[in-house]
Design a protein around this ligand. Structure first.
Ligand code: ZN
Length: 405
């Protein structure tokens, strides 16, 4: 869909693989803030910056030649003249890396008397149909900002990188990205419950990076994603280590109650506040574990509402009941032996009752014992072979091949 009509000759080749970068996002975010400030008459001055940048770019007859002579240099000149604020480093990078795109964006956005649907960011993403989004390090430590949900509506995205953002949760909207192949969440503050089940809706996801987070096990639903080829989990070691304490324990030790004082408060509140029909409907959609992002299933605003409410519920791994977050339940730890090249990996599931917890744990425990017995047999056979021949089978083969040559 063409969002910016009338733009043709100066456009870069849009058939090439396109990536959306942090500096572009920061520019558009700042632009949005300045538009808002202007609408609220709180800061007229900052908005004028963008008209200035547009004029600057328009005066460059050939942006390729101008770029060679140093658009960044011009930026720094105006920076030192105090016509551009000190914190706009990302504008300097955008002037250098994508002057055409920036000019095209400003030409359209600064056109008066036009009714623009959505946000500037959604228009920008929709126009360029990016295959890769790299938003690494866009939030500072303790920054309360949340990820822009517009990026999850960009359904052409195959690679999404959100490294080093101090993220404490991943929006359920991740499930909208049906073409996603690689998701990089390295260096964040994610815990087990902060990765939503909707990730399983990404049927093409093969590479998941969860290294350097605060996970004490991998989310149990990853076991129902057979297309996953690689799951990076390094850097969660201290947390995983504490979970491995239960490797040799019996079933009951691996089921941990999550009862909280909040539940008593919730029950007291409920006496005066019955559930709304709307909430009950959302609860049942979430409990179905069906992909509610599927086009045509629900109207758009309703999908947005379900996605907004999604993180307010736990879903039982066994019976699929969806329960409010403050309701008590059980954390269940299971071990998969082996899992994607690792000898043994712990997983965590949520169960609504002790019975459900046992029904998850018993078959998983039996499978773990059977798989680890097979691994031990294979390992014993390997040791015995090495002791007899002095080298493992694969090395012997290589030597044999060399001898034949
Ligand atoms: Zn249950």
């Amino acid at each position: 869909m063409c969002i910016y009509p009338g733009e043709t000759s100066t456009m870069p080749d849009t058939t090439e693989r396109r990536s959306f970068h942090s500096y572009e996002y920061l520019c558009i975010k700042r632009f949005q803030e300045d538009v808002l400030a202007k609408q609220e008459n709180t800061n007229e001055e900052t908005y004028e910056l963008w008209s200035f940048v547009k004029k600057l770019l328009e005066t460059m007859k050939d942006l390729h030649v101008s770029k060679a002579s140093g658009l960044q240099g011009i930026f720094w000149k105006f920076r030192f003249d105090k016509r551009i604020a000190t914190d706009l480093w990302y504008l300097a990078v955008a002037l250098d890396k994508c002057p055409h795109t920036l000019l095209e964006f400003l030409k359209f956005e600064l056109t008066k008397d036009k009714c623009h649907l959505g946000t500037p960011l959604s228009r920008y993403l929709s126009r360029h149909q990016f295959q890769e989004i790299h938003l690494d390090g866009i939030f500072k430590f303790y920054d309360r900002s949340s990820l822009p949900l517009e990026i999850f509506k960009c359904d052409t995205v195959e690679v999404l990188s959100l490294k080093s953002n101090s993220l404490t949760s991943l929006p359920p909207d991740i499930g909208r990205l049906t073409n996603l192949r690689v998701l990089c969440l390295t260096d964040n503050c994610l815990q087990n419950a902060s990765i939503p089940f909707t990730l399983t809706f990404c049927k093409n996801l093969t590479h998941l990076y969860l290294d350097n987070n605060l996970l004490d096990a991998l989310p149990g639903f990853l076991l129902s994603m057979p297309q996953l080829d690689t799951v990076y989990r390094h850097g969660n070691h201290n947390y995983f280590k504490s979970t491995f304490m239960w490797y040799h324990s019996d079933i009951h030790a691996r089921i941990r109650s999550t009862s909280t004082r909040d539940e008593v408060l919730r029950k007291q509140k409920k006496l005066h506040q019955p559930s709304r029909l709307q909430d009950l409907a959302v609860q049942s959609v979430i409990a179905s574990k069906e992909n509610f992002f599927e086009p045509g299933l629900f109207p758009g605003p309703l999908v947005d509402y379900i996605a907004r409410e999604y993180n307010q519920y736990h879903v039982c791994h066994y019976c699929n009941s969806a329960e409010p977050l403050d309701r008590s339940g059980y954390k269940v730890f299971t071990f998969k032996t082996p899992y994607l090249g690792n000898t043994c990996v712990p997983f965590q599931h949520w169960a609504c009752s002790y019975q459900c917890a046992e029904d998850i744990e018993r078959p998983a425990h039996a499978e773990q014992r059977s798989d680890s017995a097979q691994l031990e047999l294979a390992y014993a056979a390997y040791i015995s072979e090495v002791q007899c021949t002095g080298r493992p089978r694969n090395q012997r083969r290589k030597r044999g091949k060399c001898a034949l040559m």
